[in-house]
Design a protein around this ligand. Structure first.
Ligand SMILES: Cc1cc2nc3c(=O)[nH]c(=O)nc-3n(C[C@H](O)[C@H](O)[C@H](O)COP(=O)(O)OP(=O)(O)OC[C@H]3O[C@@H](n4cnc5c(N)ncnc54)[C@H](O)[C@@H]3O)c2cc1C
Length: 294
């Protein structure tokens, strides 16, 4: 039997781990990554729960090591977004901007999308001052940054930016969902203010390139002017490249032969690097086992 053609969509930790393991089996997958290898992990300040790095490692460094391993195993990485894919009786057709790609087996490791502010709330001229990740803001210096959210990402982003900027975290309730080490680091940081019970109600651009935020707080309305706003409002599965008809027929996408869903895309609240990596390796092993049986 000739080797099947295997395509992985998404080059975060899940897709990378699957690619390395498949390559070890000699299956030579093609890995499509729309942005940069490493995925969401590039945003992590300090990864303390990935075994092998006592004392922790920054997301950026860990991604650098993942990339080196991808290169060592000579994985065929294509820096293109998969725009769409079609499920046929025998295999799949994936569309990228320049061409289409036939595959017998597809691994979807597209991760998650950020939950954004409601459309009507964001004036057009504010869009480029609002972010959902910090990768693009690493060089920001001496600015005022507002972060809305109350989970790990909000606190992690605040810690990263507060070394060179002043940060305010606004939480619309009193409930914090971040882990306790992050909370204590935020509480001790001289350049982070944490405001509970503050809900953003409107925003507008002022003074050329600043944002004026209006929030409701315990003592009434509060107005603050910032250089940047980061929305850390949670994430939802990234199904952008999957036709609606496919999702309608298979809401959890698990009923399609030779289609594998892995990593954060599949793991609901259990979104962690080690889980995504384990998923990648397990998926590759399952594929190999099935081929061996045939
Ligand atoms: C601030 C922050 C801190 C974190 N800290 C930790 C931590 O300390 N420990 C930990 O274990 N985890 C941490 N995480 C979580 C970790 O980053 C994720 O669990 C992990 O990255 C998930 O890997 P993934 O491969 O499933 O998805 P992702 O990393 O989201 O990768 C998905 C990839 O798919 C690509 N993609 C999407 N659609 C397409 C398409 N159509 N075509 C081609 N490519 C596509 C994307 O560009 C992306 O690169 C943190 C996350 C954040 C945001």
């Amino acid at each position: 039997m000739t080797d099947p053609s295997v395509v992985i969509v998404g080059g975060g930790p899940a897709g990378i781990a699957a690619a390395i393991q498949l390559q070890r089996y000699g299956l030579h997958p093609v890995l499509y990554e729309a942005n940069e290898l490493g995925g969401l992990l590039r945003n992590a300040n300090l990864v303390e729960n990935y075994p092998g790095f006592p004392g922790g490692i920054t997301g950026r460094e860990l991604v650098g090591l993942f990339r080196r391993q991808v290169e060592q195993f000579a994985v065929d990485v294509r820096n293109e977004r998969v725009l769409n894919f079609d499920v046929q009786r025998q295999g799949f057709t994936l569309a990228v901007a320049t061409t289409t790609h036939q595959a017998d087996i597809v691994l979807l490791a597209t991760g998650t999308n950020p939950i954004r502010l409601p459309d009507g709330m964001v004036p057009e001229d504010c869009i480029n001052l609002i972010h959902c990740e910090v990768v693009a803001l690493r060089e920001l210096r001496d600015r005022r940054v507002a972060i809305i959210g109350a989970g790990d990402a909000a606190f992690d982003y605040a810690l990263q930016l507060a070394n060179k900027n002043d940060v305010v975290i606004y939480n619309r309730s009193a409930r914090i969902r971040a882990m306790s080490p992050l909370i204590s680091r935020v509480q001790m940081h001289p350049h982070i203010n944490y405001e509970l019970d503050h809900e953003l109600i409107s925003l507008q651009r002022v003074n050329e390139d600043e944002l004026e935020l209006t929030l409701t707080g315990p003592d009434g309305e509060v107005v603050g002017v910032f250089d940047r706003l980061i929305c850390a409002l949670g994430r939802s599965p990234n199904l952008d490249c999957i036709p609606e008809s496919v999702v309608e027929d298979n809401p959890d996408l698990r009923g399609i032969e030779n289609l594998y869903i892995l990593g954060d895309l599949a793991n609901n609240l259990y979104r962690q690097t080690s889980i995504a990596v384990g998923d990648g390796v397990r998926t590759a092993m399952r594929i190999w086992d099935r081929l061996e049986l045939k």
